[in-house]
Design a protein around this ligand. Structure first.
Ligand SMILES: [Zn+2]
Length: 155
């Protein structure tokens, strides 16, 4: 089948494929480098404030500003410190806050979030995990009824 090709053609084919692949990669890199950047979703005032560097951090839950040394948000009490997730004592508050969101808030009902809540509670609170699962199920059923009046919506 390949007998009609000469030895030079067989050696040239990988070189051509490599050159075409290299050209395609180079074109993609040039396309990304020359792409116009999208404007930020905030206006120029906030852009300038953010670039000054002395802007206070804000809580991701309630947008209240907090000091760099705070461990908890003064507005809502959420765990906000920069190192809370690494501190041997404070990470439990972050973990508890995440798990509490599963039992008290609107949780996206899909296999990843529900499975994540179940595995996380099992890993950290082994004995109490079944109690947490019941509370999670009650929350999911309550929010599922409020969110979807029709057939069950997933994802
Ligand atoms: Zn807050």
């Amino acid at each position: 089948m390949y007998d009609d090709r000469s030895e030079a053609e067989r050696q040239l084919l990988p070189l051509v494929v490599m050159l075409l692949t290299g050209a395609a990669v180079w074109l993609v890199v040039q396309w990304i480098r020359t792409a116009a950047s999208k404007p930020e979703p905030w206006d120029a005032h906030w852009e300038k404030t953010l670039e000054e560097g002395d802007a206070p951090p804000v809580c991701e839950h309630c947008s209240a500003p907090y000091a760099e040394t705070d461990w908890f948000c003064p507005g809502c009490g959420a765990s906000v410190g920069a190192y809370n997730n690494y501190s041997p004592y404070l990470y439990l508050f972050s973990l508890g806050e995440g798990l509490r969101r599963g039992t008290s808030g609107a949780v996206p009902v899909n296999w990843l979030s529900v499975g994540g809540y179940m595995l996380l509670s099992l890993a950290f609170f082994f004995i109490l995990a079944p109690i947490y699962w019941v509370m999670l199920w009650l929350n999911l059923s309550q929010h599922g009824r409020q969110a979807s009046p029709g057939p069950a919506a997933s994802s």
